[in-house]
Design a protein around this ligand. Structure first.
Ligand code: GDP
Ligand code: PGA
Ligand code: MN
Ligand code: MN
Length: 619
């Protein structure tokens, strides 16, 4: 096991002059906390226990500083609004780094850094970065504490917003700390907003509502399983159990230990005959995971229960079945577009005890965002706290405005969320935002073709990360921003899973976002996606056949239940149209994307690409 207390710089070896002690903490944790304190020089160190009293103390404090606005207790009890700095609203992929001794271990799709040089850089930016602030120590478990698929971590942070969010998003506090013993592997994660209140010569400055720094580092050391995040308070950059640990570090753990850490929702589906199926689905950020995870089927007799909405950890069990858990304990969901007509389950879940970030504030102290209600309020304070009316011409909520809420509040939550053994995954789905080419649903004929399907995902960019919204980009397995090692090695790891599994899950591709020539969505989406889920389950149960196309198996006419659906036959045909010329061009482009991986690209992917190409030629 790696011993984080013994890793080299940027952490100084000499302890801080602060008294850093905790009766129940393992000495390895105390020693590491001392070193972080020596580097960052906080005024005080507070060990978090995850209690309600602690939550109330921190939120009260944040209301005083202006970080949080308490919402109307009658309309939205226990809830708060945070307004971030306008420059700190999303993940920063250009400042996300993977350090590895050999450049090729990070691969061509990551920002690689040489570990020693990055450590020196980090030592510079973290030096004194918590002056005048309190440093919180946040022990957490990803997955139920002590579970066979679960992992432990400790985040130190100078952001009370990060503390209360970690309490919702992970199993945080005393139990996680108690689980760390002398032989336990745990991931150390250092976070600072990079806004010290006292400078090197002792001059102080006042705090601001949302402290952050223009210089940002979201830095990962997969080889030593360490995380350093500097300059941002935004969830994806600051809640280090989530993207940094559960995806980037955990994907490298999975490669080394034979499991998978994936950007996937996880659901339990029950059909009208009470047969159950577990599905995991990878879509890029802001492409429909939370909505599918909370789907309310329009098809009678079907139910969907939520296990996870963003991350799945999947491991072969002793019988060779792929078992998955959601390592998180809460949801950090996109607010815009979440409404009573699209996602009523989420709307119910958000009725109390929520932290909203960058949504609009109504005159009666409640929240609003685009798509929440059909009726638009006449006056709001927008996400930056400015007066807003429908005539303003700008969105009231930031397009990447988020809610942070406990999974326990979700009306569709499955009891399996707390099962440390996880559920057996029957099918894996890959999807993205594609206005053309990609069919509503297709099935990969076998595992290798399924891995090819995952590797070939591309999607129109969303507001979840910096960049141009709408621009099509490759996002293999929806993991482009999250793979902690070379993406080609990651493809190979997925291909290799076939041999570790007695019965690998079936693999499907879905696309809710295909559009007609006039720009409108061809498919109604949301609850109606249950029709696609029903076909997938019928395939899993062996109840229906399928029609081969060059890009996969699609429903035979009549097998996709469209009864009562208001979609013209022509649109339905278009949703499944495979245009050989357009697809050939797509494959040519995919081939040049794959070329960057050189000799590391698994041959199985090249072979499948050639097969599809040949089938298109014959079509
Ligand atoms: P996540 O970030 O992957 O979890 O995505 P969300 O479920 O939060 O959805 C992101 C955005 O896509 C929201 O604005 C949703 O309203 C929208 N969305 C989700 N599912 C669908 C769908 O089936 N059809 C359409 N048209 N939009 C959807
Ligand atoms: P999302 O999660 O996938 O729900 O958007 C946040 C993110 O990926 O940044
Ligand atoms: Mn995500
Ligand atoms: Mn989501």
């Amino acid at each position: 096991a790696l011993r984080p207390a013994h890793v080299p710089a940027p952490l100084p070896q000499q302890p801080s002059r602060l008294r850093v002690q905790h009766a129940a903490a393992d000495p390895s944790v105390v020693a590491w906390v001392r070193r972080v304190a020596a580097l960052t020089e906080p005024d005080a160190v507070v060990w978090c226990d995850g209690s309600q009293e602690e939550f109330e103390r921190l939120t009260t404090q944040m209301v005083q500083v202006g970080t949080l606005v308490r919402l109307n207790e009658d309309l939205r009890p226990g809830s708060f609004l945070a307004r971030s700095a306008p420059t700190d609203v999303a993940r920063v992929e250009s400042r996300t780094f993977i350090a590895s001794h050999r450049r090729e271990d990070a691969g061509p799709t990551n920002n690689w850094r040489e570990p020693t040089a990055l450590r020196e850089e980090l030592a510079g930016v973290f030096a004194g970065s918590m002056r005048g602030r309190t440093m919180y120590v946040v022990p957490f478990s990803m997955g139920p504490v002590g579970g066979p698929i679960s992992q432990l971590g400790v985040q130190v942070t100078d952001s009370p917003y990060a503390v209360v969010s970690m309490r919702t998003m992970t199993r945080m506090g005393a139990d996680a700390l108690a689980a760390i013993g002398p032989d336990t592997t745990w991931v150390p994660a250092v976070h600072s907003v990079g806004y010290p209140l006292v400078d090197a010569v002792g001059r102080s400055r006042a705090d601001v509502a949302w402290p952050c720094n223009d210089l940002k580092y979201i830095a990962h050391f997969p080889e030593t399983r360490e995380i350093f995040s500097f300059g941002s308070g935004y969830g994806g950059n600051a809640l280090l159990g989530k993207k940094c640990f559960a995806l980037r570090i955990a994907s490298a753990m999975g490669r080394d230990e034979g499991w998978l850490a994936e950007h996937m929702l996880l659901v339990k589906v029950t059909d009208p005959q009470q047969r159950q199926f577990h599905l995991a689905a990878a879509f890029p950020s802001a492409c429909g995971k939370t909505n599918l995870a909370m789907l309310r089927p329009t098809l009678p007799g079907w139910t969907v229960e939520t296990i996870g909405d963003d991350i799945a950890w999947m491991r072969p069990d002793a019988e060779g079945r792929l078992r998955a858990i959601n390592p998180e304990a809460g949801f950090f969901g996109v607010a815009p577009g979440t409404g009573w007509s699209t996602n009523p389950t989420a709307m119910q879940m958000l009725d109390r005890d929520v932290i909203f970030t960058n949504v609009a504030l109504t005159d009666d102290g409640d929240v609003w965002w685009e798509g929440m209600t059909e009726e638009v309020p006449e006056h709001l304070l927008d996400w930056q706290g400015r007066d807003w009316t429908p005539a303003s011409g700008t969105p009231a909520a930031h397009p990447n405005a988020r809610f942070t809420v406990s999974a326990a509040q979700c009306p569709s939550i499955a009891e399996e969320l707390d099962d440390p053994q996880g559920v057996v995954v029957d099918a894996v789905l890959f999807g993205g935002r594609r206005r053309t080419n990609v069919p509503l649903v297709s099935q990969a004929p076998d595992w290798k073709a399924g891995v090819f399907l995952g590797a070939s995902v591309s999607s129109e960019q969303t507001a979840a990360a910096e960049g141009t919204v709408g621009q099509l980009r490759h996002d293999p397995f929806a993991m482009l921003p999250f793979a902690g090692y070379d993406m080609a090695d990651y493809f190979a790891h997925w291909l290799g899973m076939e041999d570790r599994l007695s019965q690998p899950p079936a693999v499907f591709g879905v696309n809710w976002f295909r559009r007609g020539d006039d720009g409108r969505f061809l498919w109604p989406g949301f609850g109606e996606n249950s029709r696609v889920i029903a076909w997938i389950c019928a395939r899993l149960a062996g109840r229906v056949g399928a029609v081969p196309t060059p890009v996969g198996l699609v429903p035979a006419s009549g097998d996709l239940d469209v009864a009562g659906l208001d979609v013209p036959a022509q649109d339905l045909a278009e949703l499944f149209a495979v245009d050989p010329a357009a697809w050939t061009a797509e494959l040519d482009e995919l081939e040049s994307y794959f070329a960057q991986f050189g000799a590391k690209l698994p041959r199985d992917l090249t072979l499948r690409l050639e097969d599809v190409r040949a089938e298109l030629r014959a079509a």
